[in-house]
Design a protein around this ligand. Structure first.
Ligand SMILES: [Zn+2]
Length: 176
């Protein structure tokens, strides 16, 4: 993306809480990925049904933006589509910074400005800014989400129910 395109994308995200998907598609090239698949079995009188429930993340490292969406459908393809669309609607602009006391960088753009704690359900997630070159210290799922948003050095510490990966994602998403 050129500087002008970046500026345009950032301004649009900042100024519009309710956004149009078409404009987002035009302004920001997004990468999307399915990060969690659950199959929900439903038994009715006549047949067994499988419904897919997916968690999809979308983002752009250059802009520093990510979103998370859940798609549900009997067809996998349609569940993916719904998840992608929802994650695009929920795009969140990340405020980057460097809140690490051990870091002497000048760019201040590789992490987040300060430590943050968030709770979703029984999962508590803490985000701790790390010094340059620390990398992402998080679960594979957390790494993916943070990496997609262009954050490079951050430590994620979680307490409580770690099995609920969706809550983990949601906490990180809402925390940032
Ligand atoms: Zn730094």
């Amino acid at each position: 993306m050129t500087g002008e395109e970046l500026q345009k994308a950032t301004t649009y995200l900042r100024e519009n809480v309710i956004r149009k998907r078409q404009i987002i598609d035009e302004l920001i090239p997004l990468t999307s990925e399915v990060v969690r698949v659950s199959r929900i079995h439903k038994r009715t009188k006549s047949k067994k049904l499988i419904r897919y429930q997916l968690v999809v993340i979308s983002g752009n490292q250059e802009v520093g933006v990510f979103g998370i969406g859940v798609g549900k459908n009997i067809e996998y393809r349609l569940a993916v589509k719904e998840g992608i669309n929802k994650s695009k609607k929920n795009l969140k602009l990340i405020t980057k910074g460097c809140g690490s006391r051990d870091c002497f960088c000048t760019t201040k753009k590789h992490s987040i400005p300060a430590r943050k704690t968030h709770k979703v359900g029984s999962t508590v997630v803490e985000l701790i800014p790390g010094p340059l070159k620390l990398g992402l210290r998080a679960s594979p799922a957390g790494k993916k989400l943070l990496g997609l948003g262009g954050i490079e050095d951050l430590m994620v510490v979680s307490r409580g129910n770690k099995n609920n990966k969706f809550n983990m994602h949601k906490s990180i998403y809402e925390d940032i």
